[in-house]
Write a protein that binds this ligand. Structure first.
Ligand code: ADP
Ligand code: MG
Length: 210
């Protein structure tokens, strides 16, 4: 079983969009997927309640107050969505249960500054220093080969973190999420280019198998 934490200190950076998309992609790979949500806004939880029964199944992962619950036996992949401002004790608790952390960052100065403190905190975590937990960053709502993408790549160099990929800004995300779906649930013919943008992250998650 592997667990992936989606985290970023800023609200609106695409954490829930990323969480739901990863859960759906793994469900399409016939993995037994659990989706947990430690954000009080419960966006992922709400999305899951809208998911049509004809779509590949994703189960909700109920977490207790102290976030101590572990996903049930038989889980292949657990994806954990998290609130803005996750830090300190709560961040440590969440990290105790995961193998990977994926951080979506918007290409704005405010978001990059806020992420800097978060990356510094992550760098202090023993399990990350020992590479027991791997960290990846993706640009959210960024068009690849734009100045924003270059700035994000430059910004991440100081933390020795690669920018795995950039996910463009498109209403396809907004429209599919409100129906309990993701881009991966839409026809390939409509989403070919967008799926390609996800591939480096998916390859990284698959090849980083523990
Ligand atoms: N790639 C994208 N293109 C267009 N809209 C996006 C994209 N990613 C996220 N959004 C929208 O941005 C808003 C914030 O995303 P969300 O996933 O809820 O962020 P968070 O969970 O970090 O608060 C939502 O309205 C979502 O639909
Ligand atoms: Mg959210």
């Amino acid at each position: 079983m592997r667990s992936i934490l989606i985290a970023n200190p800023k609200g609106g950076s695409g954490k829930s969009t990323l969480s739901t998309h990863l859960a759906a992609w793994f469900a399409w790979q016939e993995e037994a997927v659990m989706l947990g949500d430690i954000d009080s806004q419960q966006s992922s939880r709400h999305w899951l309640s809208l998911r049509p029964s004809s779509s590949p199944q994703i189960r909700g992962w109920d977490l207790d107050e102290e976030q101590k619950a572990r996903p049930p036996k038989g889980t292949g992949i657990a994806v954990l969505d998290s609130p803005a401002g996750l830090h300190g004790k709560r961040l440590k608790q969440a990290l105790m249960r995961v193998d990977h952390v994926v951080v979506p960052v918007l290409p704005s100065a405010f978001d990059m500054w806020a992420s800097a403190t978060f990356f510094e905190e992550l760098a202090e975590v023993k399990a990350i220093r020992r590479e027991e937990i791997s960290v990846a960053v993706i640009g959210m709502r960024v068009n690849p080969r734009t100045q924003s993408a270059t700035q994000l790549t430059e910004f991440l160099k100081q933390f020795d973190l690669p920018l795995l990929t950039c996910i463009r800004d498109t209403q396809l995300y907004v429209q599919s999420i409100q129906r309990g779906l993701t881009l991966f649930d839409l026809p390939v013919s409509r989403t070919k280019q967008d799926r390609l943008q996800w591939q480096p992250l998916l390859d990284w998650l698959v090849s980083n198998k523990r």
